[in-house]
Unconditional design. Structure first.
Length: 344
């Protein structure tokens, strides 16, 4: 497998995984490289910043778009108020970057097949507790999503292509995608860790084409990808959340499940490759969702998540505003890339 940075700088939702068993950000090391373990050969689908833990539930990361209520008074160069991009706009940005990536790799003598932003549209995120009984009745804790995700990885055209390359061509393919060394771009997470990545390679070239100011984009992305874990840690440490968790635990005990909190329920699940029988998984997930609603934990978590999201965005408004501005300004370029490809 190859360590590389895949083409997912568009606010994508990550594929479904069980709720992690533990908590805070990794604080080890004075600096680190921005990289992921490649699951799709030269260029993978799922982006994971190596900047610490996540509080996400069904989904490895947190959706960056926090809703249209996040409109700010600042303006983009086009005089449009800064706002989050819509789901359709995020799809557009992703598609454009994938096409640019494909064309750049082709110019360097390699094949890359663009991948969708959200391969599993039914995958959901439950950062604190499963709270959707309809989803739970259908998917339980998402073990079916895990299996579908694994099937996508095992059948990926880019993985097969990379494995088909002669050994002497694999190294050049990685360099073409990522650049020769993980340097040229440096950013710092909110807790001060240095993150580096190559300013060369097709990945950076595609981002440069879309967002123009690559160093500013890189710093903004590192900051934005760090905020969910920081927000989640604040939420679960809040006394209102802990009180809701106590009520949730009492409700679950009445339903026949003894867990002190949702994280403990996740820890009790078997590994994804040996899940609970579907009926048992669904029954437990439905109980959790029902208790999340009746105990008030779901409402408390949503309220606190919004509160701490606003606080963190205010605290890091420089990077947040850059993130919003660069994404909005990239939309016309993304439309041009996608339209030109459609007319080929």
């Amino acid at each position: 497998m190859v360590e590389k940075l895949p083409g997912e700088d568009d606010g994508s939702v990550r594929q479904a995984e069980p709720i992690p068993k533990g908590g805070g950000a990794d604080t080890g090391g004075a600096g680190r490289h921005w990289h992921v373990r490649n699951g799709m050969a030269v260029l993978g689908v799922v982006a994971v910043l190596a900047v610490g833990g996540s509080i996400a539930a069904t989904g490895a990361g947190e959706k960056e778009a926090r809703g249209q209520s996040q409109v700010q008074s600042s303006h983009s160069p086009s005089a449009e108020p800064l706002r989050e991009t819509t789901e359709a706009e995020q799809d557009l940005l992703h598609s454009a970057q994938q096409l640019l990536l494909r064309d750049c790799m082709k110019d360097k003598g390699f094949v890359y097949v663009p991948v969708p932003r959200q391969p599993l549209r039914e995958a959901r995120q439950f950062p604190y507790v499963v709270d959707d009984t309809t989803w739970a009745r259908r998917h339980g804790y998402g073990s079916d999503m895990d299996r579908a995700s694994e099937e996508l990885r095992s059948n990926d055209a880019n993985e097969r292509y990379f494995q088909s390359l002669p050994e002497e061509r694999r190294g050049p393919a990685i360099v073409a995608a990522n650049g020769p060394r993980p340097d040229g771009l440096t950013a710092r997470t909110p807790d001060g860790l240095a993150i580096t990545h190559s300013a060369q390679g097709c990945e950076s070239q595609a981002q440069q084409t879309l967002y123009r100011d690559l160093p500013a984009w890189f710093q903004a992305r590192v900051t934005m990808d760090s905020l969910p874990a920081l927000r989640g840690a604040k939420v679960i440490a809040d006394s209102e959340f802990r009180s809701g968790t106590d009520r949730w635990s009492a409700c679950m005990r009445t339903a026949g499940y003894v867990f002190k909190d949702p994280a403990a329920a996740r820890a009790a699940l078997p590994p994804p490759d040996h899940p609970l029988p579907h009926a048992r998984e669904v029954a437990m997930a439905v109980a959790e969702a029902g208790c999340a609603q009746s105990s008030g934990l779901a409402a408390a978590a949503a309220r606190l998540d919004q509160k701490y999201d606003a606080e963190l965005r205010k605290q890091h408004w420089g990077e947040v505003s850059t993130w919003l501005r660069l994404r909005l300004s990239a939309l016309p370029r993304a439309r041009s890339v996608v339209a030109a490809d459609a007319h080929r």
